[in-house]
Design a protein around this ligand. Structure first.
Ligand code: FAD
Length: 448
């Protein structure tokens, strides 16, 4: 593994004892740099390795079906790991307390964990570290170019991050090594059996996962395969069309870490008969936009508040706060998809029914909420709540960046001035009609 992926975040004297990988973002056995590194360190130390996952009692606004997606996927991952001789232990409760407790009970000597800049995960870590007497290493297995290596500061536009990523890609976009080291006798030499999760009970507890997205690493790979053959070839022209979209629908799998973005990129680069426009257009989203979102949350501690907006956007939104709104909406009207705009309602109903909304509509959706809210702060709060509670891929850096882009001009530039939006880019119903068959989309999801 490239050494820049790993970072010592808790400097304590090294100790003998098992290695624990506290997995909370990259929930997969395949193509996982944190797991690969943990296995290599366990092998080097001649110690066994186990994976610990802690199911928090609540996770922001996540719904039971989101937990179901996670738990069903994890069950498959646990089986994969078992085949490699690596037990997966499932803890429940407050991760910042439960994980250190488990590490202590195991007399573990080293902990590895996933890098994650979201507020919830920062809080888990802040609670866990003072309770740990062993070194802790954080591994960035989410980004192809590790976020801290790509840039050491907040980037204001894709234009400023893109060249940095492009320069480093040849160094980081490499094939993953296999994990055979874990088959060594030391790796499985547990002195006492570790608790085995009751997967049937867990799956029953959260109910079924969303029907539109079968969970797990195998389902993620199957969706990637369909995308490579059916949609990638038409991605350049079809990605912004919500009717018969060419998008990959991979975001839930990427969000829950059931699929590695690096694996997706390697497969896209290996795909045959794909135009340069389709390939580069997709990699721009998967790598540059996705890693820009990580950069935003990493270097903007208050990324979910208006304080994260650039000064020009704050000034223009303030100036236009007194503008008359064409409609003032309520939280209940938004939730139900019962606004006066049939396209907005159809998008909201697609989100409620499937746990997913098409990317073009996500921009339109958030911008209309700004248009119908008394101020930008209210619009931001409404979008974050709806997105995080209804989207399977919600509670993700991509969502925080996407909503801040739509409402607060983050990663964007000033546009011609309009009512309410000021110089923040606006999107209109007539603009959507020029792009795709709005009537067909509304018919499909029932927006009126
Ligand atoms: C208001 C708003 C809210 C959003 N909320 C979320 C969210 O909660 N979770 C989420 O993962 N994405 C979010 N996005 C970003 C983007 O819309 C989705 O990632 C994309 O629509 C997911 O569908 P897909 O996998 O079919 O995308 P594809 O077009 O197939 O793209 C492939 C992958 O590239 C990444 N990607 C694509 N577009 C973007 C983007 N604009 N920014 C960052 N990464 C991108 C995603 O990981 C995506 O899965 C949001 C965007 C906006 C404007």
């Amino acid at each position: 593994m490239h050494p820049a992926r790993a970072r010592l975040i808790h400097n304590r004297p090294g100790q003998p004892g098992p290695v624990v990988y506290w997995m909370h973002r990259e929930l997969r056995a395949a193509d996982n740099w944190a797991l690969i590194h943990a296995a290599a360190l366990a092998q080097e130390r001649g110690q066994p390795l186990c994976v610990a996952v802690c199911l928090a009692r609540g996770f922001g606004l996540a719904r039971p079906e989101h937990f179901a997606f996670l738990v069903h996927g994890l069950r498959e991952t646990a089986l994969e790991l078992q085949a490699l001789g690596i037990p997966l232990v499932l803890l429940r409760g407050e991760p910042g307390r439960e994980v250190p407790e488990f590490v202590r009970s195991l007399r573990a000597g080293l902990v590895l964990t996933d890098a994650d800049p979201t507020i919830t995960k920062r809080a888990w870590l802040a609670q866990a570290l003072p309770r740990l007497d062993v070194p802790v290493i954080e591994v960035d297995a989410r980004n192809i170019v590790p976020a801290r290596t790509a840039s050491d500061k907040r980037e204001y536009m894709a234009r400023t991050l893109r060249p940095k990523i492009q320069r480093l890609l040849p160094e980081f976009l490499e094939e993953f090594p296999p994990l055979p080291a874990q088959l060594s006798p030391q790796a499985t030499a547990w002195t006492a059996p570790l608790p085995c999760p009751d997967w049937n009970a867990l799956c029953a507890e959260f109910g079924p996962p969303p029907a539109a997205f079968p969970p797990g690493e195998t389902a993620a790979r199957a969706r990637l395969d369909v995308f490579l053959t059916a949609n990638l070839p038409r991605y350049a022209d079809g990605r912004n069309t919500p009717v018969e979209p060419a998008a990959s629908l991979l975001s839930p799998y990427l969000h829950f870490g059931q699929l590695s973005a690096q694996r997706v990129a390697l497969c896209v680069l290996a795909a045959r008969n794909i135009s340069v426009e389709a390939r580069d257009g997709f990699l721009e989203q998967l790598i540059v936009r996705r890693e820009l979102a990580e950069n935003f949350c990493l270097y903007t501690p208050d990324y979910d508040t208006p304080a994260a907006f650039p000064a020009w956007a704050t000034a223009t939104l303030d100036k236009h706060q007194i503008d008359a709104r064409p409609h003032l909406t309520s939280a209940a009207e938004l939730e139900a998809g019962a606004t006066p705009d049939p396209l907005w309602n159809a998008a909201q109903r697609q989100l409620i029914a499937t746990g997913h909304m098409h990317g073009y509509l996500r921009m339109y959706w958030a911008k209309q909420v700004l248009l119908w809210s008394p101020d930008a702060a209210t619009a931001l709060e409404r979008c974050l709540r709806l997105n995080d509670s209804l989207s399977l891929d919600g509670r993700d850096v991509n969502g925080y960046a996407g909503i801040a882009w739509s409402i607060g001009g983050v990663h964007d530039r000033p546009w011609p001035e309009r009512a309410v939006f000021g110089v923040v880019r606006s999107m209109t119903y007539s603009g959507a009609r020029r792009k795709f068959d709005v009537a067909a989309f509304v018919d499909r999801w029932g927006g009126s």
